[in-house]
Ligand binder design. Sequence first.
Ligand code: GLN
Length: 491
Amino acid sequence: MTELTALTLTDAVEGLRTKRFSAEEITRAHLEAMEGARTLNAFTVETPDRALEMARASDARIARGEGGPLEGAPLGVKDLFSTEGVETTAGSRILQGFKPPYESTVTANLWRDGAVMLGKLNMDEFAMGSSNETSAWGPVANPWRSRGSNASLTPGGSSGGSASAVAADLCLGATASDTGGSIRQPAAFTGTVGIKPTYGRCSRWGMVAFASSLDQAGPITRSVSDAALMLRSMSGHDPKDSTSLPVETPDFTQFVGRDVRGLRVGVPREYRVDGMPAEIEQLWEQGVAWLRDAGCEIVEVSLPHTRYALPAYYIVAPAEASSNLARYDGMRFGYRAGGGTLTEVYENTRAEGFGDEVKRRILIGTYVLSAGFYDAYYLRALKVRRRIADDFDRAWETCDALLTPSTPTAAFALGDKDADPVTMYLNDVFTVPANLAGLPGISVPAGLDANGLPLGLQLVGRALDEGTLFSLAGALEQAAAFRAKPERWWS
Ligand code: GLN
């Protein structure tokens, strides 16, 4: 039998249901793998006691024939999902020691369906970053390394812990979140599948907020079917989040493996960016060929406002962040610094509690929202955002989904881009438009570059049409037949 930790989520759930192994066994196998992989720094908190308790409860339910759709499956949780009684810091010192008295809706949905929590996963501080290097708890290592090199690479960010843990077989799947690419970019960097669903598909209740009009939860997994299975459990209307959509959750798993003949796939001409490595370009063309061979009709489309997406995102996201992060004053959550007066306590707490990137965003956000600059920056960015959404609406007249690279490069070295924030922001060029427009996007591993590092292709779809994305992603997955695994240098 395949090692229990190397199973897909789908196969593991089936093996549990048919009692080929117990939830306790598969949970112990994962806890052991986590222990052996601490050099990756993927987990910020391990919860072995809770995991075993949940696993035993799963085994009892399976014995009674009552298991849920994820019964007994060990998962990791990005550390911005509040977990009752378990430290939740969102990668920030300012939340150090914060144990939420409530459970986020997304994680509650997973536990309702029988999943087992292994622990909390490292991430960029407040999800601000593309390399996991802004985490107060140190960077995460990508299990993948360039051929012939021992240099540590980033797993991407902000869901770096989630991606690294899934790629290194430390959990069967992980929750993640995506404000500007934080599910899809780390998935691309680690050879895993990541989907950011339509804005409003998953409840944001109990998620530590970064930019509320962009934040969306989704899974990182090792296969497209796994992503469909996990997203189905995570999704659903929640009256506690006013932006949660009052719609039924389709059975996403039914879409994987469906015939894609006749679907029209758009190739946006503006996504050919300067300086993009030839390998990414080639992979993209390969992706087009795969979908054409599968019977899709390929159409060229134009998204003329694409080049304004990054600048608009880096105004809207910091603006919302500066407002959301105002609540961290040392009074209610986590860390509190000393000081002679109340104002000093506030100031010291924020000065010591936030890292540099978070401070940069608060400064930018406060600036673009200030009386003299609101119209010139924030309001204008909102208008650009509307235009970007209009571009997509126009594209849907001639196609059913778009195919693009997930990222402009493969995983880069730790320390490579942290000197210049703008170089780091350029990583998000292909992913932010979907956030600005609220559309679903999925990254599928599609090949390896010349250094043996994974590369991903992205599909973007109409609002609430994750089904079509799952069908197309399934076709890509089948054609790409990506089976490569990183060498286990960490254990
Ligand atoms: N890299 C982007 C940023 O730093 C996106 C992060 C995210 O999606 N959470 O804002």
